[in-house]
Design a protein around this ligand. Sequence first.
Ligand SMILES: [Zn+2]
Length: 371
Amino acid sequence: MGLDAVGLTRDMVDIKSVSRWNNVAISEYVESWMKAKGFDVEWLEYTDENGERKVSLVGKKGEGAGGVGFFSHTDTVPGQEEDWDPYRSEVKEGRLYGRGSCDMKGPLAATMIAAAAVDASRLKKAVIVAATADEELGGAGAQQVTDESRLMNEALPAYGIVAEPTMLTPVYAHKGGATITVTANGHAAHTSTDLGVSANFLIAPFLAEIAAMAKPIKTDPRYMNHEFNPPSNGFNMVINDYGTRSNVFAARSTAIIGFRPMPGDHSEALLEEIAQRAKNYGFDVKTHINQGYRITPDAPVIQLASRLTGDRKPETVPYGTDALRFAQKIPCVVFGPGSITQAHTVGEYIDVSQLQQAVDVYTRMIETVCM
Ligand SMILES: [Zn+2]
């Protein structure tokens, strides 16, 4: 009957769905799979800033609020095709290889299989399985589902599982992401004329100010949280003068300053301070911040995941997820198969045993909460 987590993961890995482009093909696949297995399916869509169609799906089995919601994304980071064949999945020595196998088509498949396998007539509360767009680009798909999904909001789950790879360790908190994009504008000219204004010279004093902040920030308690490893925020800067040659004055020079906000830290103030320093020079400034996520480790959803994995101790992770979006309405645990160290790599894989364990533990979650 095709309730095979490996086969389902492979089918999805073989459909390219890099965030830069539309995810219609993978969404059509997931939609028809879910419909064939008796889910109600809702199709939500928006057009992104590049004019690409971005689809998020919400599948539902059973009726009634207070059940379980499983959340995954269908987009992936780029395949790095020059280094391997990322869209031809392969199983070798207990590992399933391919782009997205771990982050996170494998985890998505495990949630789909677990929900498909339950007998809908035994459900007293609904099971929701969502497959969203654009997690790798900031979570707009998850936000659309949170705000607009009729199926999910009519049968709002009390237990949210964001199935990102954690090796099935319950995760109750994660860091966020913040960027300040600063652009200085000069005047391009060939240096033989000596008539230009180098944007690099304009931005350099600002860069020096930021560089001087970098070291103290690593140890400043305002930007640390010892629930995390590492406890500091990964303060970073990248610079770009758009490939200007050494005999040309740069017309434009951009610096992106980034760091990872943590719950309870002073990230907003830091973002503001850096933006203000850039504005003092008259530069163009754009800021973006995704807060970190935290729920108490005593929350029922964390405790449930812990109990079903033999009292595994809840942990924190240093990377962001869509939990931030879904948690606007549903308490969430980040809890999925596979290792994050495999995500975004050439040779990405997930252990087949992890996939099977995930199907098992997700099934027991549904039985515990919804039956
Ligand atoms: Zn992911």
